[in-house]
Design a protein around this ligand. Sequence first.
Ligand code: CMC
Length: 416
Amino acid sequence: MCSVVNFNINGYHYKLPVIYGTFYEKAINISQLRENTGLITFDPGFKNTGITKSSISFIDGEKGELLYRGYPIEQIINKCSFIETSYLILNGELPNTAQLKSFSEKIKTFNHLHKEINKIFDHIPNFYHPMGILSSLTYILDTFINCLQEEDMYLHLLAKLPILAALTYRKKVGLPPPHINPNLDYTSNLLEMFFSIPNKSYEQNPIITDALNKILILHADHEQNCSTTTVRLLGSADTGLFSSISAGMSALWGRLHGGANQAVIEMLEDILQSGGNIKKWIEKAKNKKDPFRLMGFGHRIYKNFDPRAKIAKKVAENIIQQLGISDPILELAKNLEENALQDPYFVEKKLYPNIDFYSGIIYQAIGIPKYMFTVMFALGRLPGWMAHWKEMKYNKDPIGRPRQIYIGYKKRNIQK
Ligand code: CMC
């Protein structure tokens, strides 16, 4: 294994150290590059730039593998609940029975909102997108929470974000504020908060709870994606946790990132409504003059199947079959996937379905409308965002401040 790379610039010889990760992934450490050579690197979209050392999750994009704290996602999905996964991601190890009990109980003690938040919420127009509402209220929460211990901030967010999500959904459909049931587990309570109606609890169904648990777990962390890096960048400026998470939500909202789940269902509905001609839509996605892309396809890191998409497809098939739903959208999605995966354009560019391709179908089967999909993604991603913020503080990462290549005017004088 080489420990340095050698290179020459204008007749001068330089050495740069190489650093290795757990799986021997390699990076040239360029932190002294400018000081020694006057050069910076140019990497729009950070396609080849590692911004930190992290021990939270690992992706092998070529093999299509994802690990949370070393555990394969396929094992976590079958053996853990979302709340255990959150503990794992935040603390580095799976909880034992006592730790899990205390973690869950403590979250329940924070299961309420300050009455001022409810007042603010009442003034938010109902036509606002739920992601905008969630992001703004998460930022505002900071004002009302005084945590003596840092660990409590994480628990407050785990407790309060589902309430904000449920409030938003219920206002949209004309229901009063949610009923919180502290006797239920995290995911069942989430369903109760969303779907109970006045004087009638939500009738829990293990098929639905299991699907919701799984889809939240699949979203729990994904190393340096756009929203997580946003959270780390804000934290690096010494911005507080709530504001950093709120900014992460805004980043997630974009259609190329978490907003893709809503965009996928809208695309599938469009395809269905326009006659279901899959080939025509694939050709549209390939046409460089057409801005249309196949939503839910492609990924910066995965050049093989996204392991989350494989699991999400199974979860979608199971829930639809077990609930006896007839969903033409699932059949269409499977057809579209099959056709795209045989098309040379998608094969050559290694474009596979990503997590967002099937997640919307699961949410719809649960009863969650499409304007809430990205909010659900945010609830799932919350432990990952918090763990990265925590790790960034612990590592004492320096403030994130990239450079640029200036291509504007040369220095000039105002003519007047
Ligand atoms: N449909 C058609 N062509 C595509 C697609 C697509 N979905 N995705 C990528 N391509 C093409 C792209 O046009 C480019 O072609 P060329 O090399 O000829 O210019 C090539 O594939 C590489 O794409 P890229 O945009 O340079 O790749 P990227 O790593 O910058 O972007 C991506 C990754 C996910 C933004 C992109 O694949 C995309 O826009 N996908 C659709 C939106 C989507 O599903 N987003 C959810 C991502 S997973 C959830 C999450 O974590 O955010």
